[in-house]
Design a protein around this ligand. Structure first.
Ligand code: TYD
Length: 131
């Protein structure tokens, strides 16, 4: 299993960088929600869930953090450290995030509104659903 990375076009000039994210263009779904995670204490691990139907693209717009992705058969680790790279996370993928830098701002685009009923927070249940 390879991480699915999306490389965004960078429109930089002498004034700095600019990246545009557009649904069904460089983001492979309708964007219904955006949230971001910041100020994560060093040595914190979060995530520990999968989603039944939600698709997401995670972008480290500042700093860096690592992802563990698990499809129920294979696991892969991936370091996000660029504001021009997105990590696509499909449904039924268990994810954990860790090794956040102090300045990390992790922005996530999501295909649905927040819905706790879409979460699978129990790893054994995830394995049943994934397989
Ligand atoms: P959670 O998804 O569990 O965080 P993580 O997987 O990164 O560890 O979300 C943490 C809390 O925030 C939880 O109480 C649900 C709430 N939340 C929302 O209200 N809206 C959202 O869009 C998200 C992502 C979380």
């Amino acid at each position: 299993m390879d991480p699915v990375l999306i490389h965004f076009k960078e429109m930089s000039d002498g004034r700095g960088g600019l990246v545009a994210l557009e649904q069904h263009q460089n983001i492979p779904f309708e964007i219904k929600r955006v949230y971001y995670i910041y100020g994560t204490p060093v040595n914190t691990r979060r995530g520990f869930h999968a989603h039944k139907a939600l698709e997401q693209v995670a972008i480290c717009v500042k700093g860096a953090c690592s992802f563990l992705l698990d499809n129920g058969k294979e696991q892969v680790e991936c370091r996000l450290d660029s504001s021009t790279t997105g990590l696509y996370i499909g449904y039924k993928i268990w994810r954990e995030m860790y090794d956040f830098t102090e300045d990390c701002v992790l922005m996530v685009l999501a295909s649905e509104f927040y819905d706790e009923a879409d979460y699978i927070r129990d790893y054994e249940k995830f394995l049943e659903e994934a397989n």
